[in-house]
Design a binder for this molecule. Structure first.
Ligand code: S3P
Length: 172
């Protein structure tokens, strides 16, 4: 059974939708950032502070390699995981890739609620989000399905994903 992999920018709804999907489909849920924190006994900002972004990306790549070998899991990835082609290739091998998007305004609103994203810890945060979203757009477009979550309840997004999987014959 294929994994269902959620890709998308920070605050696009990957973890929330992943959790709902996992309950609905009765499949295991893995959030790669949570797994990294659990495996290393450190929070993501601490890993960035100690190892830099490159060091974090190396850890992230190992984690993705590992979770890509699972069967039938719902996998929520970190927003920057798509930057390495090796990650996308590994996830695609046994996975259906679904990108969640949202407008910059909605993303800014959502990420403002938490302070756990080291990349966004900067005075020009809002401007930076616009720029980074634009830069990453091509990386997120590699998915089998792209869904906008901006005006939608995350339960509706989940229903649309399930509809897509049913049409593809992926849910038995
Ligand atoms: C990152 C996204 C974060 C986390 C790290 C870097 C990124 O995950 O992996 O802070 O580069 O977009 P979320 O997308 O779950 O916030």
């Amino acid at each position: 059974m294929k994994n269902i992999v959620l890709l998308g920018f920070m605050g696009s709804g990957k973890s929330s939708v992943g959790r709902i999907l996992s309950k609905r489909l009765q499949r295991p849920f893995i959030d790669t950032d949570h797994k990294i924190e659990k495996d290393h006994g450190k929070k993501i900002p601490e890993i960035f502070a100690e190892c830099g972004e490159e060091g974090f990306r190396n850890i992230e790549q190992k984690t993705i390699e590992e979770v890509s070998r699972m069967e039938g899991a719902i996998i929520s990835t970190g927003g920057g995981s798509v930057l390495r082609k090796a990650n996308v290739d590994a996830l695609r091998k046994n996975g259906i890739l679904i990108t969640l998007t949202a407008s910059p305004e909605v993303i800014i609103e959502r990420v403002s609620r938490k302070k756990n994203r080291p990349l966004l810890n900067r005075p020009d945060r809002d401007e930076f989000i616009h720029k980074l979203m634009e830069e990453r757009k091509p990386f997120y477009s590699v998915a089998d399905l792209v869904l906008d979550t901006s005006g939608n309840e995350l339960h509706d997004v989940t229903r649309r994903i399930i509809g897509y999987l049913l049409r593809r014959g992926e849910l038995k």
